[in-house]
Every structure is written in structure tokens, then in C-alpha cells.
Write a protein of this length. Sequence first.
Length: 213
Amino acid sequence: MHGLLLDIGGVVIRTPFELLAAAERRHGLPDGALGPRGVFEIDQDPAFAEVRDGHLTERAYWARRAERAAPLLGTEPHTGAFMRQVFAAPDTAVLRPETLALIDEAATAGLRIGLLTNDVKDFHGDGWIESKPFFERVTMMVDGSVTGVLKPAPGAFHHAIDAMVLPANQVLFVDDQPANVAGSRATGLPATWFDVTNPTASVATVRARLGLD
């Protein structure tokens, strides 16, 4: 492998589910007021099970959550407003340290590092990227919010492969959504699933596939 292509939400940054408790405390809300914790309590969140199984988009899922949460947070009922409240936390709480360490190690080994996301601009806005020094560590980013082509559509992966300037079979793609992993593999782009409930093990799997052990 000569390249590492990472999803952002869940892989590079923690999921909104991991930040909900802190958001509830900031707003003086009781525990669980902002809804179930998705993959962390999947039995209580059938809608997220639909996302996991590829039957519902993450955009549709979070739009519903944002609408329900708006009266509690005092925000507009749209996803961007909801995410700004949930991610109003220090970088140490938002960014995954395990993935940051992986990126540094892969870059030191000479791998090209890229990002492929569906929703950064839509969820976080233009200024959010500029506010995170992390993004200076990567070579390229393809955002479906900008291209209009979302994973797991083949075009999303083709955009990223072109931007990586490497043959597809030399790039490892990492995503926390099984449907996106399957879509990647269908285009000839090797992929591995990132289990957000066990990031340490997930990073170890990626390191092994990259030959960094």
C-alpha cells in the first residue's frame, strides 16, 4: 500500500453519539435528552440500524435528529445547527487520538494520506475545516458536500482515487459504515471497516494492512 484514504466522521473525528452527553450537560439537559447513542446502543436506535444496513442515509438520519433536538438546544431545525452544538468542544474531545497517531505513522512511512467524506461542509460549515490544524496533515480531501457524489456511489470513490494520484489497489480506504466499505471494494479500492466502539483494535487492523507493524 502506498496510500491511506480515511473517512472523517467516526474515523478521524468521534461520532456525534460520543459527544452527546457533554452537549446535554452544557445545555443543562438530562442524560439521554438528545436521543439514543446510535451504534453504542443499537437496540434502542432502530433508525441507526437502518443506516448501518444501508437502508437510510446518514444525512436523513441526522436531519431527523436535528429536528427533534432543536427545541431543546434552541437552534434551527437543521443538521448544521445541531452539529455545531454537539461539536462545540475542544479538539482533544473531537479528534480521535488513535487515528491521529496512525496518520503520523503512515506519513512518516511515506504513505500518501487522503480524506473521503460525504458531509463535512454540510454538517460543519466552511470555517470548521480552517479551524482544525489537523487538516494540514493530509494531502487531499474529497467532500461529497462539494462534489455532489456521496458514498457508497462508485463516483465518490473514483473522485478520491483520482485525487490520490495512485492506482486504486495501492490505497487502503477506512470507513465506519459497512455500506461504504462494500461500495469501496466494488470499485477495486481495498477497504477495511472501522469499529467506532473499539478504535484501538480498528487502528491495529489498519496498521497491519499497511504493513506498519
